[in-house]
Design a protein around this ligand. Structure first.
Ligand SMILES: *[C@@H]1O[C@H](CO)[C@@H](O)[C@H](O)[C@H]1NC(C)=O
Ligand SMILES: *[C@@H]1O[C@H](CO)[C@@H](O)[C@H](O)[C@H]1NC(C)=O
Ligand SMILES: *[C@@H]1O[C@H](CO)[C@@H](O)[C@H](O)[C@H]1NC(C)=O
Ligand SMILES: *[C@@H]1O[C@H](CO)[C@@H](O)[C@H](O)[C@H]1NC(C)=O
Ligand SMILES: *[C@@H]1O[C@H](CO)[C@@H](O)[C@H](O)[C@H]1NC(C)=O
Ligand SMILES: *[C@@H]1O[C@H](CO)[C@@H](O)[C@H](O)[C@H]1NC(C)=O
Length: 566
């Protein structure tokens, strides 16, 4: 990377330079907005057998993807030669049925399109996770002996061996169906909720507090006892004022975790139904922007199920999912859900923010509820949502896949612009025959239209970041890139925090568009942009982000960048 940058610098001095204001090439100067990107995208089948159902999935800054399932399912699609404790797995009936003779987690190498088994010691079923500021994945909870466990995965570069490490220290409460959020200070994570648990706690604990959990009355208030909870895996977003937006069932609050107080209660989201597990909908915060100093935060929630969909599904009736999405600004003083409809009903959908700032809605079903054998009618077509378009013109329907991605499926955005799609298992065992929806071990990528080769002349190439050791808050840093046969137009610089994804919740997902101070452009198409890092860890918690240069609606391949406390 360093070498690359020097190479670029040399070229800059050798050729006549043009110093320019970014504004000339930014949105404001081009009122027409970016040129159209036509196309519905394509699907790639990457692997026929990942071995393990990707109930949970996260992309690391070494371009590997960690996937894991539960261990209670026993036999996965990946049989090990040896157990974690070194003993051999034999062909005896006992060993064939022993869960410790199977992988329940794998690492996927994006570049090589290969998987490697990882070892999990206790059950990670329906658990939660988050990255720390140094890129280590911390995973919390699960089921049974795993329900109070904390596990770390320190990602490694290709060719190295890294694996799960389970700590001795336990969580205060069982965390099964909880949600995690990284907090701005102390490199700390808050873990909220869980089945039959109405509290939150911090990992690691605050220096000032004992190792304990705090009651959260909001979780009692939103609990729907006869419908499987309808408030599990609460939706959590860190707002720019340092408070947490917590949404469960149909209600939401702004929560001050430092004082254990509700700062604000938001209006109930309209729509005849719930949005949280098992009525699983999905949510993002729309990209934060330097133009308002990252202050304005707007959340969006899409899909879900009618309130009694879970109990109906237990009697074999699969009610249609919710069609509606709600958008609400959670900063400022005026809070109102603005509703609009997706092209169809949907639940168990994943929502991912693309480098263009548009939102992809992918995976899920049209009828039923989350849970074992509780849904029907897979949603095979992704939707694209363009938040800046006028109401009524925001949604489009993308290319259909043939593979159903229902309960226990996931999706993550990759640095090369593709979306990795894995998992689906509405059966509590690995079941491939004689069930309506078999266990799905095929790995796919969805390639959005904007990654099509035909847009390569508009695409920024050879992006490199000059400042590899990490960028301090508010500091300037340089990004070099190459625009082959075109002048820059509508240039946007985005950074994206890779989420931990499970059960349609992409924990910690956020995108920011950065301020560009000026550009230096050489005649050979090389560009050096001076960008400004976000002002503080409240708008962008420290850690690894994917930086993308978007020219005229066409994104580059993303590069990793770390925001640090300087
Ligand atoms: C998956 O299996 C099918 C059918 O056997 C085969 O045609 C295809 O090439 C395989 N794909 C990959 C990516 O292995
Ligand atoms: C290894 O694990 C298996 C299965 O849990 C157990 O039966 C066996 O006793 C263990 N062996 C050793 C040496 O720890
Ligand atoms: C990252 O931080 C965690 C938690 O503090 C620590 O256990 C781990 O060793 C660190 N990893 C690296 C690569 O520094
Ligand atoms: C809400 O949905 C339920 C079915 O889940 C239905 O019985 C009820 O009539 C609906 N209420 C309204 C106001 O549409
Ligand atoms: C899904 O819901 C629609 C609308 O109520 C209904 O017509 C359809 O039969 C349902 N599909 C299944 C498989 O239950
Ligand atoms: C950009 O990268 C490509 C390979 O991805 C390489 O062939 C090309 O020479 C690079 N261009 C510059 C200007 O470094």
């Amino acid at each position: 990377m360093e070498k690359n940058s020097l190479h670029f610098n040399f070229k800059f001095t050798a050729i006549s330079l043009l110093l320019m204001h970014c504004a000339k090439f930014s949105k404001a100067a081009n009122s027409k907005g970016p040129s159209p990107v036509l196309g519905k995208g394509t699907w790639q089948l990457l692997l026929n057998n990942t071995g393990v159902v990707s109930m949970h999935m996260a992309l690391t800054h070494h371009n590997t993807v960690i996937m894991f399932d539960q261990i209670e399912s026993g036999q996965s699609g990946y049989r090990l030669k040896r157990r974690y404790n070194g003993t051999r797995c034999r062909g005896t009936r006992e060993d064939l049925e022993d869960w410790s003779c199977y992988a329940h987690s794998v690492e996927y190498d994006v570049l090589r399109n290969r998987i490697r088994p990882l070892h999990i010691q206790t059950d990670t079923w329906c658990s939660s996770g988050s990255f720390l500021s140094n890129g280590t994945l911390v995973q919390t909870g699960g089921f049974g002996h795993g329900s109070r466990r904390i596990r770390y995965f320190e990602p490694c570069a290709n060719g190295h061996i890294c694996d799960w490490k389970q700590t001795e220290r336990l969580l205060s409460d069982d965390r099964w169906y909880a949600t995690n959020q990284i907090l701005p200070g102390h490199d700390q994570i808050i873990v909220v909720g869980g089945r039959r648990v109405f509290s939150y706690e911090f990992v690691p604990r605050l220096p000032s507090n004992k190792w304990k959990s705090y009651d959260l009355p909001f979780l009692h208030q939103t609990y729907d006892k006869n419908e499987g909870g309808n408030n599990l895996y609460p939706i959590i977003h860190l707002s720019s004022d340092g408070h947490l937006f917590i949404f469960a069932n149909r209600d939401s609050i702004l929560f001050n975790y430092k004082t254990n107080r509700v700062a604000k209660t938001f209006p109930r989201i309209p729509g005849n139904g719930s949005r949280s597990y098992p009525s699983t909908g999905s949510s993002v915060i729309l990209p934060l922007s330097h133009t308002d100093r990252f202050e304005r935060v707007e959340v969006m929630i899409c899909g879900g199920a009618t309130s009694d969909a879970f109990s109906a599904s237990q009697h074999g009736r699969f009610l249609p999912g919710l069609e509606s999405c709600g958008r609400m600004e959670i900063t400022g003083n005026k809070h109102e859900w603005k509703m609009e409809n997706m092209p169809g009903p949907r639940l168990m959908n994943d929502m991912l923010i693309l480098p263009t700032g548009n939102v992809l809605i992918i995976n899920g079903v049209k009828n039923g509820s989350a849970g074992w054998n509780s849904a029907a009618n897979p949603s095979l077509q992704p939707y694209l949502y363009k938040p800046k378009r006028p109401l009524g013109r925001r949604f489009s329907v993308l290319r259909m896949t043939k593979i159903a991605r229902m309960y226990h499926s996931t999706a993550v955005l990759l640095p090369d612009g593709r979306i990795l799609v894995a998992g689906s298992n509405p059966n509590n065992r690995y079941t491939f025959r004689n069930v309506p929806h078999p266990t799905e071990l095929r790995l796919q990528a969805f390639v959005p239209a904007h990654m099509d080769k035909k847009f390569n002349n508009r695409r920024p190439h050879n992006v490199s970041i000059y400042r590899n050791g990490g960028v301090g808050y508010g500091k300037e840093f340089s990004v070099h890139f190459h625009l082959r046969n075109t002048k820059p137009r509508n240039l946007v610089f985005t950074v994206y925090a890779p989420p931990f994804t499970t059960h349609s919740i992409s924990m910690n997902q956020r995108m920011l568009t950065l301020r560009c101070r000026n550009l230096v452009r050489a005649e050979n198409g090389l560009i050096n942009a001076h960008l400004e890092a976000p002002p503080n860890p409240t708008v962008a918690p420290s850690g690894y982000y994917m930086l993308t240069v978007v020219n005229d609606g066409i994104p580059s391949v993303s590069q990793w960048l770390r925001f640090i406390h300087a």
